[in-house]
Design a protein around this ligand. Structure first.
Ligand code: SF4
Length: 330
């Protein structure tokens, strides 16, 4: 680790730069731990620009833990629809109920860590930003910044150790946000803006002219092409659909259109259209087929068109509905 004077200079430079250049984001205008926690959960899998409108709508409808704890699960999921990884929303509601029982948002790292859906990163972010507690946050941005500063391979355990030593214990919230802001705005994965970097003189990778070599790149898994067929089965203004279990990890409680595995006796009669949908490394080519109602519905249920507008539908279901509206418009 660096000598004390260098460490001090690093903290001063980073905090000054963050004070001058920080982006004005809605969750940075508050110290309310609830709002900061909501933003951190949203940002776990979503880019800042995409998260902003969701955050504003979510906070307008659920301005505090009490409102979130008391809301119906379907309404919470509807406000989350589009952010993906729906188990996050369900965990948030469970956590909000626990916080209401506690009587306040827990003002300590260990207690925040015990909330459902909260890991080391989120607990450190909320503890440092809302309560000014000295816990370093380590997200992908921090891993990149630290591994370049020290020209190390980005081993997470080592980065956590270094981030803890770099942390300014007087201003941990601003320091953590400064590190993440540096990674998000200047120390980019490709072509980092080193000329604008407030800590460029202390950066080992830059000194070596090897910024792009850190952190070491992982080999990416290959994308898979997968064909799927959805059934659009309509009868007297109702459509057959099935609901994901409410304790499913992926999109709990969301409605889906059936496929062969749900209705094995169904034979498709006419192709209505097709669309593509990507989930992680899987590229789905999905065809929507009209089909006649089978004798056995399995776990499928009939939904009216007005129910479709009210219930949480998966993105695949919504894309299928769009395909259908286009085919009707042809
Ligand atoms: S000098 Fe460049 S590589 Fe080093 S921390 Fe700053 S932006 Fe990142």
């Amino acid at each position: 680790m660096w000598p004390a004077a260098k460490l001090k200079r690093f903290r001063v430079n980073l905090l000054r730069w963050f004070g001058e250049q920080r982006r004005d984001l809605p969750w940075r205008r508050t110290k309310d731990p609830y709002a900061i926690w909501v933003s951190e959960i949203m940002l776990q899998q979503t880019r800042v620009a995409a998260a902003i409108p969701y955050f504003e709508r979510f906070l307008a409808r659920f301005p505090n833990c009490q409102a979130l704890a008391a809301a119906g699960e379907e309404e919470v999921l509807r406000h989350w629809a589009g952010l993906g990884y729906y188990y996050r929303a369900r965990n948030m509601q469970k956590a909000a109920q626990l916080i209401c029982e506690l009587g306040q948002f827990p003002p300590a790292y260990d207690a925040i860590l015990k909330l459902p859906g909260v890991g080391d990163y989120t607990a450190a972010a909320v503890a440092s930003i809302a309560f000014n507690l000295p816990h370093a946050t380590v997200d992908g941005n921090v891993v990149r910044v630290v591994s370049r500063l020290f020209a190390s391979n980005g081993d997470r355990k080592r980065v956590v150790e270094i981030a803890g030593k770099l942390l300014d214990r007087q201003q941990p919230g601003d320091f953590n946000q400064g590190m993440m802001e540096l990674g998000a705005t200047l120390c980019l994965p490709k072509n980092p803006h080193c000329l604008l970097c407030p800590v460029a003189k202390m950066c080992r990778a830059r000194g070596l002219g090897a910024q792009d070599e850190f952190p070491a790149q992982k080999v990416k898994p290959k994308n898979k092409e997968i064909e799927r067929a959805l059934f659009w089965i309509e009868r007297r203004g109702k459509v057959l659909a099935w609901q994901r279990p409410t304790d499913a990890r992926l999109m709990p409680g969301f409605w889906e259109l059936p496929e062969k595995e749900h209705l094995p006796d169904t034979t498709p009669t006419r192709e209505l259209g097709a669309f593509r949908h990507g989930i992680t490394v899987n590229n789905y080519r999905i065809k929507v087929w009209r089909a006649a109602a089978p004798a056995q519905f399995g776990k499928c249920q009939w939904l009216t068109i007005s129910e479709l507008a009210r219930l949480p539908l998966s993105t695949i279901f919504k894309k299928a509905v769009n395909v259908l509206s286009e085919s009707v418009g042809d």
